[in-house]
Design a binder for this molecule. Structure first.
Ligand code: FES
Length: 215
């Protein structure tokens, strides 16, 4: 069985470790809203609200240089703690402490990147010997995926459905990332079967989403 501790908050599975190489940034989402998930050149993952404090540009459109995330618009850069490190238009200025992005705790375990929603009382759920196989994008909400699977995901997005285990992570309204997990010892046939089952789930969920929108 998968375990899911945590009482005052929970961990959101925002991406697979393999989908965030060093020096990259991707958009993700937690209940508090959209986030920019980035990994510094030295490999440290960080998460900040996806909004530049300067003029509101999405930081997930930015770029990573060294140990900082820079905004694509005017190049203000931010450290993992959210403080502004540099304002290119004023190279001699030490940015005031008050200029900072909201950041969220990130932890990485068993090939999955988790971002805290609230204040989790414990570590992310263990995957019980399972490993990430692949991720796929479903154009549907978590509710549509649950309806397609006839199952309910835990607060952390863990769901057992039709013989496969998935981790669900909302990207934005109407779009969900589905991380497919398989037993670490699964052979090629089981891996192919899990990938096919996940594709079937995706199609069904997108049908549910479409029908819901037509109602
Ligand atoms: S909006 Fe980000 S630096 Fe200006």
């Amino acid at each position: 069985m998968l375990t899911s501790p945590g009482t005052t908050g929970f961990w959101v599975p925002v991406a697979l470790s393999s989908d965030l190489p060093a020096g990259t940034v991707v958009p993700a989402r937690i209940p508090a809203g959209p986030i920019a998930l980035w990994r510094s050149q030295s490999g440290r993952p960080s998460a900040s609200a996806d909004r530049c404090p300067h003029r509101g540009m999405s930081l997930s459109h930015g770029f990573v240089r060294g140990e900082a995330l820079s905004c694509i618009y005017h190049g203000w850069s931010y450290g993992p703690a959210g403080n502004c490190l540099r304002i290119p238009a004023h190279p001699g200025l030490t940015p005031p402490e008050a200029i900072r992005t909201v950041t969220y705790p990130v932890t990485e375990a068993e090939g999955v990147l988790w971002v805290a929603a609230g204040e989790p009382a414990a570590a992310p759920p263990t995957l019980a010997g399972r490993v990430p196989l692949r991720s796929l994008t479903v154009f549907g909400d978590i509710a549509a995926i649950e309806a397609a699977a006839g199952a309910k995901a835990s607060a952390e997005g863990l769901m057992e459905a039709g013989g496969i285990t998935v981790l669900l992570s909302s990207v934005r309204d109407g779009e969900t990332l589905v991380h497919v997990l398989v037993d670490a010892n699964a052979g090629p046939a089981d891996r192919i079967a899990a990938a096919r089952a996940a594709e079937g789930l995706r199609r069904k969920a997108e049908d549910f989403q479409k029908k819901g929108a037509e109602r």
